[in-house]
Design a protein around this ligand. Structure first.
Ligand SMILES: Cc1cc2nc3c(=O)[nH]c(=O)nc-3n(C[C@H](O)[C@H](O)[C@H](O)COP(=O)(O)O)c2cc1C
Length: 199
């Protein structure tokens, strides 16, 4: 869900969502997730301004004409401003292991990013359990410096994505999923239980 009613989310619900996020499993239990939680218009505005400037520059570099650029940048700004809660999911490598070689260091970073994603997934489910709706948006991964500048975050917090949460203003569109059979390799024949057929 990407469109929300203009009603604030209860602070206790936000706290429960964050508490559920931090119960996620993480590599070496180092808990590399960090969260920036925005509920104030002023901070959402700052985030939208900084990210919008970067997005505009990238789209112009891609060769899009100004009308198309304006439309995309405005849509992205309105989504940030229209979300009652924005949670920027960040990654910190501070407590992760360090390796002398780039290959293992990159894999360690990948484990940290997998851990942050698990926390984000928990938070989407927790929001659903609160009767809220939301979406994960990847834009901060593409404009990390803009996010860091806008929110004055520590340089060790690497933005990975953000969640928009709130009360749904639209019926969620059901998006198709590949079947289990399409995405699974098994060493034995699948049991075609009714539950599995329905997926
Ligand atoms: C890592 C990740 C990045 C995503 N980035 C965006 C995004 O930038 N913009 C957006 O509208 N949706 C984004 N989504 C949401 C997906 O498009 C959405 O989850 C998917 O289409 C399935 O739809 P559903 O979650 O409504 O079932 C992202 C989801 C994930 C997990």
């Amino acid at each position: 869900v990407r469109r929300f009613h203009n009603r604030p989310v209860d602070a206790e619900a936000i706290e429960r969502i964050l508490q559920t996020g931090i119960q996620a499993p993480s590599a070496h239990n180092r808990q590399p997730w960090r969260f920036a939680v925005l509920t104030q218009d002023s901070s959402k505005q700052r985030l939208a301004d900084h990210m919008g400037a970067d997005f505009r520059r990238d789209l112009l570099t891609d060769g899009l004409d100004r009308t198309a650029v304006d439309a995309q940048v405005n849509r992205s700004r309105e989504r940030i401003l229209g979300a009652p809660v924005v949670i920027v999911l960040c990654l910190s490598m501070e407590d992760m292991d360090s390796y002398p070689d780039a290959a293992r260091q990159s894999l360690e970073q990948q484990m940290a990013s997998q851990s942050v994603a698990l926390a984000g997934g928990n938070m989407l489910l927790a929001a659903h359990a609160e009767g809220l709706a939301g979406v994960w948006v990847c834009a901060p991964l593409f404009a990390p410096q803009a996010v860091t500048r806008a929110l004055d975050l520590s340089a060790s917090w690497h933005p990975q994505g953000m969640l928009f949460l709130g009360e749904a203003a639209v019926e969620p569109r059901v998006r198709a999923r590949k079947t289990v059979a399409e995405v699974t390799w098994m060493d034995s024949p699948r049991t075609d239980s009714p539950r599995m057929q329905s997926q």
